[in-house]
Design a protein around this ligand. Structure first.
Ligand code: PLP
Length: 349
């Protein structure tokens, strides 16, 4: 049973079948193929308006290239201190923006608030001696598996308009957040002021495809050059497009995310009823953070269950005592009830 991440699992069979189907004959290269054209229409339908969409292979590339359209080299980007863009991308956003400064804010439960950004902006009083405030980036669902409500997203949108900032959403786990809220993709994005979205698929069943989706179409201007220059335009783009087409067909993406979230809920409910264990963060999508006695953690580590210890700063999750350890468990579209119940039984044993 492997709860290390959602990307330890393989590829959804429907997506693999679509790639095999695409693997016949010849096709125009560099995203001029028919499947890519169809995927562009699919995104317009999914978001109920015209969007500009660009496929690429990693979420890091999607985030960094999207942010490069929003922040100049002398710009500031506000995000959570633990956000993937700030903590896990080896400076790629700084690289692609040509040096924009990330302002990592210490929000509770993986989320930041507009007030935190206002407070930060209050320190921008020295003109060009500070970087130019340029963009906000929120992660939906967040790095701690929590989900911004529609009102919370709208408040970021309002702040962005008021301060002339752009609003980016890192949606590596977009589908998990969407089914958690039970709203439409449009409601969770451009209707609340999001300008550009990194739309993830890899963690939820694809082999390796992500998309940058622009709602502010001006930001998409010349984006094909950014993607090419960044080395993220695939010559055989049809295989990326085939993955995305299958992902968005017959609600595969939503069904996969729903399953992953359901498994996470089952895990969270089961583990929080085990004596000595409690959740570090409320479970809202497909990640579960559990605080447990160190002895219990050490015993679980000796089993064949795979998971990661998660270090907390002390203010962002429920407190972790000196004899306690917090672990992260991530569920996926392929996580089984047997694995979930098996892990709960191990934890209770
Ligand atoms: C919140 C978040 N954003 C983006 C990514 C994309 O990462 P990658 O570049 O590995 O596809 C991840 C992957 O862990 C993530 O958790």
């Amino acid at each position: 049973m492997n709860f290390a991440s959602d990307n330890v699992y393989g590829v959804d069979q429907a997506i693999m079948d679509a790639m095999v189907k695409a693997n016949t004959g010849t096709s125009a290269s560099y995203a001029y193929d028919d499947i890519t054209t169809r995927v562009e229409s699919q995104f317009n339908e999914v978001f109920e308006r015209e969007v500009k969409v660009f496929l690429m292979t990693t979420g890091t590339a999607a985030n960094s290239l999207a942010l490069s359209t929003m922040a100049p080299p002398f710009g500031a980007i506000f995000c959570h201190a633990y956000s993937h863009i700030n903590a896990d991308e080896c400076g790629a956003p700084e690289f692609y923006t040509g040096g924009a400064k990330m302002f990592g804010l210490d929000g509770v439960a993986g989320k930041i608030s507009p007030q935190m950004i206002r407070d930060s902006l209050n320190g921008f009083i020295r003109g060009e001696h500070d970087p130019k405030a340029a963009a906000i980036s929120i992660t939906q669902s967040s790095e701690l598996g929590t989900v911004y409500s529609l009102d919370e997203i709208a408040a970021f949108g309002d702040l962005a308009r008021e301060k002339n900032l752009k609003l980016h959403m890192d949606g590596a786990r977009f589908a998990n957040a969407l089914v958690s809220l039970g709203c439409s993709p449009a409601e969770m994005t451009w209707k609340r002021g999001v300008d550009a979205l990194s739309f993830g698929a890899t963690k939820n069943g694809a082999m390796g495809v992500e998309a940058v989706v622009f709602f502010d179409l001006n930001l998409a201007k010349d984006f094909e050059y950014r993607r090419m220059r960044g080395g993220h335009l695939l010559s055989k783009n049809r295989y990326l497009a085939a993955q995305m087409e299958a992902y968005l067909t017959n609600d595969l993406w939503l069904n996969n995310a729903r399953h992953a979230n359901d498994m996470a809920k089952r895990l969270a409910d089961g583990l929080s009823s085990v004596e000595g264990m409690h959740l570090g963060v409320e479970q809202q999508a497909n990640e579960v953070f559990v605080i447990m006695p160190k002895a219990k953690h050490d015993a679980l580590e000796k089993t064949d269950a795979v998971f990661h210890q998660w270090l907390a700063s002390g203010s962002d999750t429920a407190p972790v005592g000196p004899d306690e350890i917090m672990i992260r468990l991530v569920t996926s579209f392929l996580t089984t009830i047997e694995d979930v119940d098996g892990f709960i039984a191990l934890a209770a044993g």
